[in-house]
Write a protein that binds this ligand. Structure first.
Ligand code: FRU
Length: 477
């Protein structure tokens, strides 16, 4: 590794240690979600189980709570509950990743962890020029212990991708299947069509473009962070499309993220089913999935949104921003995926209370709470202090934040035919609503001014669990 690598890997822990007191003083630090030690976090990267631990790498901007040049930060855990901060896994230290070690994935084989990522290079002049403004290089880093990266190498550059593409080709997701290696890459064509390139390799190093997955009609101009996996016998192709315009209650965020069921062969002839959004809250983007050692397909998404038109108070006041969703177990119902918090989180339950309501009921909540509502009425009304309202009626589930608690964001709506089960994971500054057994999810950050009480109006019962905090062991400690 070179001198730049040495300097950057020394600098990051120093900055984290300097910022520690300011970050820790923030009452909005999350209790059971992953966050950056300081600065900025975006996409989950390299999710895997390797040598007895779960690994969550992520897009990390340690020097700037509003982004900046990207590193790969790293948390590891034996059980998805106790997390240990690891040294930054990758720094921008090569000519071909100098402006950011962008998103990618992990392939865990017995002897090593192979980390595929996009090396971002901004060219002089207009680096936002979509055809040639930047280099998006496919790179491979290898770790023999799951912590230190020993080697990095460049595998492909812009000239190696199909001719009809702009310079936006990124976010490799790699897996092994039938004795071969496969990779999907997100791309933007020169005609502004989002698509996914499918590659095949026999040796993990030399990749051949074998197929392209896209929709018959253009659906957004760029597909970021693609994923392709099989769950309960159904192939799913997932991505975060940019440039999809809002249609009523669909695609309410500046960028969407969702999936298509894929029928046929991703390597050859295929058709795509209907696009389904992963989440209809304000903050869920660039999710990645991986297979847990017991075969579960688990997704983690970035609890944030690029280019969102709001200022997160944690950035301005305490020098950090964003977090990850809880890990969610996926299943295919025959028509859609369900996503529900992994059962490991139940170990954080500290107490159980039940609340029957026939009319209005109220109770105090701990800073972290798991609220499971069994609704028996035609409508339901829930208030979390005066910071958030969740209302159901006439086929719509509405999440409303105030000007202050939403930092300028106010409302998201989900179309829900029938509501019998609603689960809410409420952390100090996030809400995740799981509707109807996880068929729909709404994720958002919010900023209440202090602990919130719960007020429910309607008919039904609620089970309430106060949640212990997950253990985050920071390196500086
Ligand atoms: C998605 C994304 C990726 C890119 C990364 C850079 O949020 O734009 O496409 O690799 O973030 O941080």
């Amino acid at each position: 590794m070179n001198a730049l690598h040495r300097d950057l890997t020394r600098l990051v822990p120093r900055i984290e240690a300097e910022d520690r007191a300011k970050v820790d003083a923030d009452p909005r630090r999350l209790r059971f979600h992953l966050m950056p030690p300081t600065g900025w976090m975006n996409d989950p990267n390299g999710l895997c189980w390797y040598r007895g631990s779960y690994h969550v790498f992520y897009q990390y901007g340690p020097f700037d709570p509003n982004g900046g040049v990207k590193f790969w930060g790293h948390w590891s855990s034996p059980d998805l509950l106790h997390w240990t901060q690891q040294p930054v896994a990758m720094c921008p230290d090569q000519t071909w990743d100098i402006h950011g070690v962008y998103s990618g994935s992990a392939l865990a084989e017995d002897d090593a962890l192979y980390l595929y990522y996009t090396g971002n290079v901004k060219y002089a002049g207009d680096y936002d020029y979509i055809n040639t403004g930047r280099g998006h290089n496919l790179a491979l880093a290898i770790s023999r212990d799951g912590v230190q990266v020993d080697t990095k190498q460049l595998l492909m550059e812009n000239k190696d991708y199909p001719d009809d593409l702009t310079c936006h080709v990124r976010d490799p997701k790699v897996w092994k299947q039938d004795g071969m290696y496969y990779m999907v890459l997100g791309a933007r064509t020169k005609c502004d069509r989002g698509e996914i390139l499918v590659y095949e390799s026999a040796d993990r190093l030399h990749w051949k473009h074998i197929n392209t997955i896209t929709t018959p009609e253009v659906f957004g101009y760029m597909w970021e962070c693609p994923d392709l996996f099989c769950v309960d016998g159904q192939y799913i192709v997932a991505m975060s499309p940019q440039g999809v315009t809002r249609e009523g209650n669909k695609y309410q965020n500046v960028y969407s993220c969702g999936y298509f069921p894929l029928y046929g062969d991703f390597r050859g002839e295929y058709t795509l089913g209907e696009y389904i959004e992963w989440d209809t809250g304000f903050d869920y983007y660039a999710p990645q999935t991986f297979e847990a050692p017991d075969g579960r397909r688990i997704a983690i998404g970035w609890m944030g949104m690029p280019d969102a038109d709001y200022t997160n108070p944690t950035a301005a006041e305490n020098g950090w921003q964003h977090g990850m969703s809880v890990p969610r177990e996926l299943h295919w119902t025959g028509t859609c995926l369900t996503a529900n918090p992994v059962r490991e989180l139940d170990a954080l339950h500290r107490s159980r209370r039940t609340l029957s309501f026939d009319g209005v009921a109220q109770c105090e909540l701990a800073a972290g709470a798991d609220i499971r509502i069994h609704n028996r009425g035609e409508s339901l009304h829930l208030m979390l202090g005066d910071a958030a309202a969740v209302e159901y009626g006439h086929g719509l589930l509405t999440l409303t934040l105030t000007e202050t608690s939403g930092s300028g964001r106010t409302q998201r709506v989900a179309e829900v035919d029938h509501l019998s089960e609603l689960r809410i994971l409420a952390d100090t500054s996030s809400l995740e609503l799981f509707v109807g057994g996880g068929e729909q999810v709404m994720t958002t950050r919010y900023y209440p001014s202090g602990p919130v009480s719960l007020r429910i109006g309607g008919q039904g019962e609620a089970e309430l669990y106060d949640m212990d905090a997950m253990e985050l062991a920071y390196m500086a400690e």
